[in-house]
Design a protein around this ligand. Structure first.
Ligand SMILES: Nc1ncnc2c1ncn2[C@@H]1O[C@H](COP(=O)(O)OP(=O)(O)OP(=O)(O)O)[C@@H](O)[C@H]1O
Ligand SMILES: [Mg+2]
Length: 259
């Protein structure tokens, strides 16, 4: 059974964007722009997909929001506050940002349970609440059978589930997920899609998510953006993107179908 998203938040009346990228440019080498004058608004409670070919700058865009990277030009706003010069920990704490990185994100030599404990001890001071939260996540992400297994011995999919569960320990308000669906089996993808939809509907989480499993990604998105050649070349609801010539030209190809 496929996961169904019942409604999509396409326009939010009278609301200022929660996250705003304003005329962002990023380059690592002289004369080679990774992102060229990119502007993007994300409303609170929206799930936004970020698509684009390998090397388009998707992970870099997430790193600009976490603070791991600084833009060469432009500003990053959260709740109308200019955070461009804030360090990572200030952004994380003040705006409750959590990040699922494309690679890694766990301690290899710790068991699944101790990975959750390690981050939980930083984020949840009350021992009873911490234990409850960790048990809730172990159940939700079906990690019980591997709780005593060192993370380095987990399968690729289990590692992803562990990292995603860790990202929810601090009850984030903004969740950045970099390829969370990569290398997951179909049932795990459906489990994650349901979790993402529930995080949005029950906790009003704002989620920016990138993945090359475009069909699976679009199922959960309200809106998606396609990055290519340093620019946003298309954006809109999943259905709008299916009609968008640039979306086909720069990313999906001619035969891609969303449903
Ligand atoms: N720290 C860095 N130093 C130099 N170049 C970098 C750095 N980080 C990223 N790049 C380059 O910037 C470009 C964009 O990389 P990025 O990882 O953001 O792409 P992506 O869209 O996430 O790709 P993928 O789909 O493969 O994950 C690539 O050409 C990459 O080599
Ligand atoms: Mg990437």
């Amino acid at each position: 059974m496929s996961v169904i998203k019942k409604f999509r938040i396409t326009k939010i009346k009278n609301s200022k964007p929660l996250i705003s990228l304003k005329k962002i440019s990023l380059s690592f080498k002289k004369n080679h722009l990774i992102l060229d004058n990119i502007s993007l608004d994300i409303s609170k409670g929206q799930v936004i997909g970020l698509l684009g070919p390998n090397g388009a700058g998707k992970s870099s865009m997430m790193n600009l929001i976490t603070g791991a990277l600084k833009p060469n030009f432009g500003d990053i706003m959260i709740n109308s506050e200019n955070i461009t010069n804030y360090p990572i920990f200030t952004r994380t704490k003040k705006f409750k940002i959590s990040f699922v990185p494309q690679i890694g994100g766990f301690f290899s030599d710790l068991t699944a349970e101790d990975n959750l404990n390690a981050i939980g001890e930083i984020l949840i001071k009350d021992v009873k609440q911490r234990k409850l939260k960790i048990e809730e996540l172990i159940t939700k992400f079906e990690l019980d059978a591997v709780r005593k297994v060192e993370a380095k011995f987990l399968s690729g999919g289990m590692k992803r589930r562990l990292v995603i569960s860790m990202s929810l320990l601090g009850n984030p308000e903004i969740l950045l997920m970099d390829e969370p669906l990569a290398a997951l089996d179909p049932q795990t993808i459906q489990m994650l899609q349901s979790i993402i939809i529930r995080l949005q509907s029950e906790y009003n989480l704002t989620i920016l998510i990138t993945d090359h499993q475009a069909r699976d990604l679009l199922v959960v998105c309200d809106r998606a953006v396609i990055l290519s050649n340093s620019k946003i070349v298309a954006e809109g609801t999943p259905n709008q993107l299916m009609q968008n010539e640039n979306a086909a030209k720069y990313y999906f190809g001619e035969n891609f179908k969303f449903k």
